[in-house]
Ligand binder design. Structure first.
Ligand code: FE2
Ligand code: FE2
Length: 279
């Protein structure tokens, strides 16, 4: 049984290179990989969560994938929590409602074959919205229901474990408070993998019995000088192979996919320009 994780597609109604890459990916999944399930780990749309045109267009593009596809939101889809949100784009009820009206609930449980796949909205963590309390309650109840009988794969946009010891001006992971609470809850289940996006690079790290997987983006890589050390700087996707109770993960390249940074995507500069002009 094969589960594919795709991430950080950063699609825009203006088309351009990120759409070109996504069409290549969708075609490759449909004709060659034929996964049983695809999980998109967020940053579906290019930059601004309030752009309904980008959202609708992204939905249409995601529908090009033949396999069942589940989505969790990223910070560019619903905003992010806290005082240091990128470009001041804070997560709100309205932004989540707009996202969920097109892509479905931001947290979900999906049982497939011998495993249970769970998706949660990492951008709620630390937001203090009622939706955050609702998601914690749902997660606790869901993990209790699963117990230790089934291997669990968890997906969320921002990494669960700390990314860097060096303080940054933007949020790289879920932060210590949410991390401790999540790890305490997840300690009650047979956790095998935690897949995240957000960092636009790939790394795998053993975390006890679980595998931490940073999924690569399909849209663009970190610019020169901004990439995280000891990571794979290549666009692609992740394939999880599940055999009985064994879960393995591997980085996969998309044939023909051009390797780009955000400077090779003019739509990014245009979207930033539009945002700056609107302030
Ligand atoms: Fe991203
Ligand atoms: Fe992100």
């Amino acid at each position: 049984m094969k589960i594919v994780q795709i991430s950080d597609t950063h699609l825009t109604a203006a088309g351009g290179p990120t759409e070109e890459s996504f069409r290549l990916l969708a075609d490759h999944l449909n004709t060659t990989v034929r996964p049983d399930l695809v999980v998109h780990s967020g940053d579906i749309q290019v930059l601004h969560p309030d752009d309904a045109g980008d959202r609708e267009h992204s939905r249409q593009l995601l529908d090009l994938v033949d396999a069942p596809l589940l989505v969790i939101p990223g910070n560019h889809d619903v905003g992010m929590p806290g005082n240091n949100a990128w470009a001041g784009l804070v997560v709100t009820d309205e932004r989540i409602a707009a996202h969920e009206s097109v892509f479905g609930p931001g947290h979900w449980r999906h049982d497939i074959d011998t495993v249970t796949v769970i998706g949660i909205n990492s951008e709620l963590l630390g937001s203090n919205l009622q939706r955050e309390a609702d998601q914690w309650r749902w997660l606790q109840q869901t993990l209790e229901d699963i117990g230790r009988d089934r291997p669990v794969l968890l997906f969320l946009h921002k990494p669960l474990w700390a990314v860097s010891e060096v303080p940054t001006d933007h949020q790289l992971d879920v932060g210590p408070v949410a991390r401790d609470r999540l790890l305490s809850l997840l300690g009650e289940v047979d956790l095998r993998a935690v897949g995240s996006g957000h960092l636009h690079c790939h790394r795998q790290t053993a975390r006890g019995a679980a595998l931490e997987v940073w999924a690569p983006a399909t849209a663009f890589l970190a610019s020169d000088g901004e990439s995280l050390p000891e990571t794979r700087q290549e666009l692609g996707y992740i394939e999880y192979d599940v055999t009985d109770a064994d879960v393995t993960a591997s980085f996969c390249a998309v044939p023909g996919l051009a390797q780009r940074t955000q400077h090779d995507v003019p739509e990014i500069a245009k979207a930033i320009e539009a945002m700056t002009a609107a302030v």
